[in-house]
Design a protein around this ligand. Structure first.
Ligand code: 5GP
Ligand code: ZN
Length: 113
């Protein structure tokens, strides 16, 4: 997946403002923030979409949520934040490397657009 921008960020080949990284997960600020805090949390190994997640991916998908908790605590938004996964172009997915959006620092409405 050499053409994948998030794979390149994980490998350190494209600059990003990384807030958390371990062997399996990387979190970095979104380049076009939709909230005062907007962090993307990705598996280091390429998975294109939520719809492509397999039973073998269950552990790393769980680790995305653990990393989200850590990032929310570090950035002091634990009181209220939103985790979003857009699956497929019709749902707004533009980068086809699975990612959690962690949005915080403001109030959110429901349902989303
Ligand atoms: P999606 O639309 O796929 O759910 O979310 C992709 C997100 O990635 C968008 O919010 C977009 O701003 C962000 N993004 C796209 N390219 C880059 C990049 O090169 N660096 C960073 N940090 N964020 C990016
Ligand atoms: Zn990728």
């Amino acid at each position: 997946m050499s053409e994948c921008i998030f794979c390149a960020i994980v490998r350190g080949e494209v600059p990003a403002d990384i807030v958390y990284q371990d062997e399996r997960v990387t979190a970095f600020y979104d380049i076009h923030p939709a909230a005062p805090v907007h962090v993307l949390i990705v598996p280091n190994a390429h998975i294109a979409r939520a719809a492509d997640v397999t039973p073998e991916d269950a552990a790393v998908v769980g680790e995305l949520f653990v990393a989200a908790r850590r990032v929310a605590e570090t950035l002091e938004v634990s009181e209220g934040y939103r985790l979003v996964v857009n699956n497929g172009r019709r749902a707004g997915q533009s980068v086809f490397h699975l990612h959690l959006h962690l949005l915080g620092g403001r109030a959110f409405t429901w349902p989303p657009g």
